[in-house]
Design a protein around this ligand. Structure first.
Ligand code: PSU
Ligand code: MN
Length: 300
C-alpha cells in the first residue's frame, strides 16, 4: 500500500508471518475520553505483547498512514483534541491535506487488509441508526465489512443503533455473522438484544475454520464475530434503554448528525451512566482483543 508506514515490529511480523492484530484509533480519539483512552490503549497493546502478538494500531499522522504506533504516537492520538475522525471515504482527503486522523472500523478494515493483516478487534461496529421520521444514517462500516475478507471481532452493533436493521443490512452486505458461544446478537453494553440471528461457534479454532473456508470459496466479505461483553461488566439492556433514548432525543434537539452523531451519543451515555458505560466499553474491547489473540493462534 502507498502512503503507509509500517512500524518496525509490524514490518518484521509481516515478513515472518507472525501474528498481528489490527486495532482502530477512533475508539481512542472519539470513543473514549482522555486519559481513559490512553490507559485502555496501553492495556490493549500489553495484552497483545504478553501473548506474542504484534498490536497494529492504525492512525494517520500528518497525512501519513501508520500501521503500528510508537508510545508517543499513541499518546498523541489519545491526547490531542484536534484529531479528526476519518472513515473510508475520507482517507484520500486526510492524506492529501496532511491531517492527523483516527481511523474508524471502515478505514481500519481497508488499511489492515491492504497490508495483509487478517484479524481486527474493535469495540462496537457502526450500523443503521435508530431512525426517527425524516432521519437516515447508515455507517460505512457495513460497506467496508462487505468488501474486505478479514476477521472482525466486535461486541455487537453499538447499543445506540437499530440492532435488527443493522443485522438486515449486514445480511444484504453478505457479511458472515458468527456468535461466540451464542446465537443472540449482543448489543455492545448488553449481552441480549432478542435478535437471534447468529451462527454459533464455540471456539477460536471454529472461527478460524469458517474464515479459512470463506477465503477458499472466494468470499470478498468479512467474517464478523460477535463476542458478548463478559457478564460481570454488562449493563443490562433494560437498564440502559432509557438513557440511550434520551441521548438520541438530545442529539436530535441539538441537531447533531453525520459523523458527529456516534461520538456524541457515546459521550452522552458516559455522562448519564456516570462512567459505567465507559468501563463497560473498555472491558468489552479488551475481551475482543483476547478473542482476537486466540483466533490468531489458529491461523497460518
Ligand atoms: N466502537 C466503540 N467506540 C467507537 C467506535 C466503535 O466502542 O467510538 C467508532 C468506530 O470507529 C466505528 C465508528 O467505526 O465509531 C462508527 O461511526 P459512524 O456511526 O459515524 O459510522
Ligand atoms: Mn453515519
Amino acid at each position: 500500500m502507498n502512503n503507509v508506514v509500517l512500524s518496525d515490529k509490524v514490518k518484521k511480523a509481516l515478513n515472518n508471518q507472525l501474528p498481528i492484530l489490527a486495532l482502530e484509533s477512533s475508539i481512542l480519539s472519539q470513543g473514549m475520553p482522555y486519559p481513559n483512552s490512553l490507559e485502555f490503549a496501553k492495556k490493549a497493546e500489553s495484552l497483545c505483547l504478553e501473548a506474542k502478538v504484534v498490536p497494529a494500531t492504525i492512525a494517520i499522522l500528518k497525512g501519513v498512514i501508520h500501521v503500528g504506533l510508537e508510545e508517543n504516537q499513541l499518546r498523541e492520538i489519545c491526547e490531542k483534541e484536534t484529531i479528526k475522525k476519518i472513515s473510508l471515504r475520507e482517507l484520500g482527503v486526510a492524506v492529501s491535506k496532511k491531517w492527523d486522523g483516527s481511523t474508524t472500523v471502515s478505514s481500519t478494515i481497508q488499511i489492515a487488509h491492504g497490508c495483509g493483516i487478517k484479524v481486527f478487534a474493535t469495540g462496537g461496529i457502526g450500523g443503521v441508526h435508530k431512525t426517527p421520521p425524516d432521519y437516515y444514517d447508515i455507517s460505512q462500516d457495513i460497506l467496508a465489512l462487505s468488501n474486505k475478507p478479514i476477521i472482525v471481532i466486535t461486541a455487537g452493533p453499538k447499543a445506540i443503533l437499530d440492532i435488527e436493521k443493522t443485522i438486515e443490512a449486514l445480511e444484504t452486505a453478505s457479511v458472515t455473522l458468527l456468535g461466540y458461544k451464542t446465537k443472540e446478537v449482543p448489543s455492545f453494553y448488553s449481552i441480549k438484544s432478542n435478535c437471534f440471528d447468529l451462527h454459533q461457534v464455540d471456539s477460536a479454532r471454529e472461527i478460524s475454520e469458517v474464515y479459512t473456508k470463506n477465503i477458499e470459496v472466494g468470499l470478498s466479505s468479512s467474517t464478523l464475530v460477535c463476542n458478548p461483553i463478559p457478564k460481570k461488566h454488562e449493563i443490562p439492556a433494560n437498564e440502559i434503554k432509557e438513557i440511550i433514548e434520551l441521548a438520541c432525543t438530545t442529539a436530535k434537539n441539538r441537531n447533531v448528525f453525520g459523523k458527529r452523531l456516534t461520538p456524541f451519543l457515546l459521550n452522552e451515555i458516559v455522562k448519564k451512566t456516570r462512567g459505567k458505560s465507559l468501563s463497560a466499553n473498555i472491558e468489552l474491547a479488551l475481551n475482543n482483543i483476547s478473542l482476537g489473540i486466540d483466533i490468531l493462534s489458529y491461523l497460518k
